[in-house]
Design a protein around this ligand. Structure first.
Ligand code: AMP
Ligand code: MG
Length: 341
């Protein structure tokens, strides 16, 4: 529990660091608002004045999405998961339908590296809830059983009214894509309200509209192993409609016998994915960027290029388990100051 808090606090501080890294504005025409949702501090900055009513709308939308997509509590996803504990078919509320369809496609595109069907494994590892947090890895027989019985979202059938899994019990966890989906929705809301220049920073995951005072929004990608005062892996200008998302092994983890067990599960093994420290993806869809960052992390250096190609991602950056950097040409062309390994 303590390490989760430390991990989350570090994320918040480093996200703040990313934020602070922007060059100083030539004039102070950017206003900021901080919201808290989806377990993350979400900072919205707008070139010009922030309309309080629009920010209240954004907060309300985020609260609704959090409730809807949480595995905890009694929101729509939690209730659906409850049904899937005993039945193979569950009613799919219209509010969840499009997110399920999109995630199933992302699961297929990633060849199962991104798979919300890891819900029971995530729960077993205790990464779904502060109260479930463990000091040791789960017993191997329990992990094997959970792996054997799990239903992949890739193999589930979705129609207008329902989702059908291979066999109950099943549990879906959208922790790897719901934040991206929420960021897309908040950005659409801001645009619909006539805001043309803004940036949303959800714990270091970012999407932008327009520019900041006639210059591109500039952001830093955090280093997975900050050292010697170097906290950033690279920095880049992010343009209208672009999102940049990172998955890292430093976000939630436990350390047992000197081994780090983190929250990104390889759906094929049931264990935290082995090959990566952090994975960053640039894409116009924050939902796709979020899922693809998780998939890239799971893919690791060997499969990175092919998985990213199948997911329609051109610009990606991976720090492997040894700290070596792998990046697509499209990403190399975009970043400045790419850290030496
Ligand atoms: P992210 O930080 O975006 O990579 O998402 C990680 C979160 O997504 C975890 O805390 C789990 O709730 C869930 N998750 C873990 N592994 C996977 C996976 N391979 N595919 C989909 N969701 C996952
Ligand atoms: Mg993700």
């Amino acid at each position: 529990m303590k390490q989760t808090f430390i991990g989350l606090a570090l994320c918040a501080i480093l996200a703040w660091g990313v934020w602070q890294q922007r060059p100083a504005p030539t004039h102070s025409d950017v206003t900021h608002r901080e919201l808290f949702a989806l377990g993350t501090l979400i900072q919205i900055s707008v070139a010009g004045d922030i309309d309080a009513a629009v920010m209240n709308q954004a907060q309300a939308a985020l609260n609704m999405l959090e409730q809807r997509w949480s595995v905890l509590g009694d929101g729509e996803l939690a209730q659906l998961n409850q049904t899937l504990q005993t039945q193979a078919r569950a009613a799919l509320p219209t509010t969840l339908h499009d997110g399920f369809v999109a995630a199933r496609q992302l699961c297929l595109d990633s060849d199962g590296r991104f798979d919300p069907g890891v819900g029971d494994l995530v729960r077993l590892w205790g990464f779904d809830d502060e109260d479930h947090f463990r000091d040791t890895p789960p017993p191997t027989p329990q992990l094997k059983a959970a792996l054997q019985q799990r239903s992949s979202l890739c193999d589930s059938a979705i129609d207008a009214q329902s989702v059908v899994v291979d066999q109950p019990p099943a549990r879906f966890d959208f922790g790897a894509s719901a934040k991206g989906r929420a960021v897309d929705e908040v950005m659409s809301l801001l645009r619909a309200e006539g805001i043309n220049n803004a940036i949303i920073n959800a714990g270091g995951d970012i999407k932008v509209i327009g520019q900041r005072a006639q210059r591109a929004w500039r952001i830093g990608i955090r280093h997975p192993r900050p050292h010697d005062g170097r906290t950033m892996l690279a920095s880049l200008n992010v343009h209208d409609g672009e999102a940049i998302f990172t998955s890292g092994d430093y976000e939630r983890f436990l350390i047992h016998d000197g081994v780090r067990y983190h929250h990104i599960i390889d759906p094929r093994t049931g264990y935290p994915a082995q090959g990566s420290q952090s994975a960053t993806v640039l894409h116009s869809s924050a939902e796709r960027a979020d899922a693809a960052a998780t998939a890239l992390f799971v893919a690791g250096p060997t499969d990175a290029a092919s998985v990213m190609q199948n997911m329609g991602v051109e610009a990606w950056l991976l720090v492997d388990a040894n700290g070596d950097i792998h990046a697509s040409d499209a990403m190399r062309a975009r970043v400045d100051d790419l850290a030496a390994p």
